[in-house]
Design a protein around this ligand. Structure first.
Ligand code: XMP
Length: 512
């Protein structure tokens, strides 16, 4: 496996992505967790030093452990990683003085061809992405120059004898169009065969779960979402009946959703599944509540209570969660000196403390699309693992204002027609998330010869990468017209359909 030492660059995760795409297993660890003991235990086959916001000229700026450079490992330094390497190996780094470079730049080769640049320079120069204030002004002994850019005379350097490579630019970003090749060459030189597949991950993960859990009981909150579903199936494969899943049905699910989850996990996978039917409890407590945050708080608290009620008698020592890699990467904070901020993420916030359980997080090394691939590898239907995200508070936040059972039922039916339309038109996978919100407004209409006075609804569909920003989906007018007609004809209680064309920001994806 390969170790990425993180010096705090915004794009370190992209290095991991590029390597995973090459079927190379890697882990990112912050520089201040990496000492000699760590290196010996981790036993990497190669190391990449990431970029970062610091200046090696500053006294207390981050370093790699000196011993790293004596372990005989291939090392690739990127941007700050290059500067750290040069600085620690006897070269010199200087401050900008007009040589800072941000953005697109072009690297031209020096006479000799470098093995990690195989495939580069089909034309006389390669576009790269630079982002540096400092620059290397003298390279360390043993290094030679293989590429230069106008403001970085040492854009590409290497010490071939020691297999040390150092580049000033960022090969992991899209603006370095042939950057992936550089990683491909580096891992090949380092001896990786690209055999890290989902099948291999599955076996590894199963062994790790067995070792962690022993013969203790594990519980898992199953929401029917992709992450918790994949985690549950993986755990079940590892420990069988030591796993109990609790599916909290709060009465705020979509049409057919509870049946689908129960059938799939109980009947198809033969898992121990508690279907906690707590619709009365949730809808009772939500009665008369219209403030979005109050709704969320009520649902969150009841969720924990219900989960606790069903899970406690099992006496589980472990709680399984579908936490993903982007949620757990420890990010390096430079604001307060050497302190480290650790992003932590609990899908079922508050539970481990309350129930004194340890966490099992078998997906914590994976990105979202890898979780989907693992799901397919585990036999989950592709249509299931490709489902749009669905929020924990469910339909409660798609029913602005007060929630009533009638409104929920109308909403479920309208949503089912809308999603059916999207699937029929082959648009489901192009859209990040799509749903109907039922509005707290009644409008007048005319159907047949009669007057109607029913609810209006809004259709929402967005494209997004991570839900942080989003754009509305550009449906054709034909699609929108056909969908509106179907909803009004097929769903009693709705007589007006609108399409929400707000992006995020300034809007949010959900209406509440
Ligand atoms: P917003 O509406 O904030 O949504 O733009 C971004 C993404 O988060 C989901 N979402 C939630 N998920 N609990 C959740 O588990 C919540 O309270 C919640 N609110 C929004 C939303 O569906 C979208 O995918």
């Amino acid at each position: 496996r390969l170790l990425i030492i993180d010096f705090g660059s915004q794009v370190t995760q992209l290095i991991a992505r590029r390597l995973r795409e090459l079927n190379v297993y890697c882990e990112i660890h912050p520089f201040n967790n990496v000492d000699e003991k760590f290196l010996r235990e981790f036993d990497p086959k190669a190391v990449i030093l990431s970029g970062g916001p610091s200046s090696v000229i500053d006294k207390d700026s981050p370093r790699a452990p000196d011993v790293l450079f004596e372990m005989g490992l291939p090392i690739l330094g990127i941007c700050y990683g290059q500067q750290v390497m040069m600085h620690q190996l006897g070269g010199t780094v200087e401050r900008g003085h007009g040589t800072a470079e941000f953005g697109r730049a072009y690297v031209t080769p020096t006479a000799e061809k470098l093995d990690i640049l195989q495939g580069w320079f089909a034309t006389d120069k390669e576009q790269v992405w630079m982002s540096h204030g400092d620059h290397v002004s003298k390279i360390a002994d043993g290094f030679s120059v293989y590429g230069t850019s106008p403001n970085a005379p040492f854009a590409v350097t290497a010490d071939l004898k020691r297999q040390f490579y150092a580049v000033q630019f960022h090969p992991e970003v899209h603006h370095t169009p042939n950057g992936a090749m550089l990683y491909e060459n580096f891992v090949r030189i380092a001896g990786f065969t690209g055999d890290w597949t989902m099948g291999a991950y599955r076996e590894q993960a199963i062994a790790a779960i067995r070792e962690q859990v022993g013969d203790e009981q594990v519980i898992c909150g199953l929401s029917g979402g992709v992450d918790s579903s994949v985690a549950a199936v993986l755990l079940h494969e590892a420990i069988g009946d030591q796993l109990t899943c609790v599916f909290v049905d709060h009465g705020l699910l979509r049409m057919g959703e509870a049946e689908e989850v129960v059938t799939m996990f109980r009947d198809h996978y033969n898992m121990k599944l508690i279907h906690a039917q707590e619709q009365e409890l949730f809808l009772g407590e939500l009665d008369g509540q219209s403030d979005p945050e109050t709704k969320r708080k009520i649902i969150g608290k009841l969720f924990i209570d219900v989960f606790d009620k069903h899970a406690r008698p099992i006496g589980a020592k472990f709680l399984a969660q579908g936490t993903l890699y982007p949620d757990v990467i420890e990010s390096v904070s430079f604001s307060g000196g050497p302190s480290v901020t650790i992003k932590s993420h609990h899908n079922v916030g508050g539970l481990p403390e309350k129930m004194d359980m340890k966490l099992v997080e078998p997906l914590r090394e994976l990105f979202k699309d890898e979780v989907r691939a693992l799901g397919v590898e585990l036999g989950l239907p592709p249509s299931f693992v490709g489902r749009h995200p669905f929020p924990g508070p469910g339909l409660a936040i798609r029913c602005p204002g007060e929630i009533t059972r009638d409104k929920l039922e109308i909403l479920r039916r309208a949503d089912a027609v809308y999603i059916d339309q999207i699937r029929k038109h082959g648009l489901y996978d192009d859209i990040w998330q799509a749903f109907v919100a039922i509005l707290p407004v009644r409008t007048v209409g005319v159907m047949g010869d009669g007057r109607t006075y029913d609810f209006a609804c809004a259709l929402r569909a967005v494209t997004s990468v991570d839900g942080m920003t989003a754009d509305y989906y550009p449906f054709s007018h034909e699609f929108l017209g056909e969908t509106a007609t179907r909803i009004i004809n097929e769903v009693e209680g709705i007589n007006r359909v609108t399409y929400d064309i707000t992006s995020k920001p300034p809007g949010t994806i959900e209406w509440e």
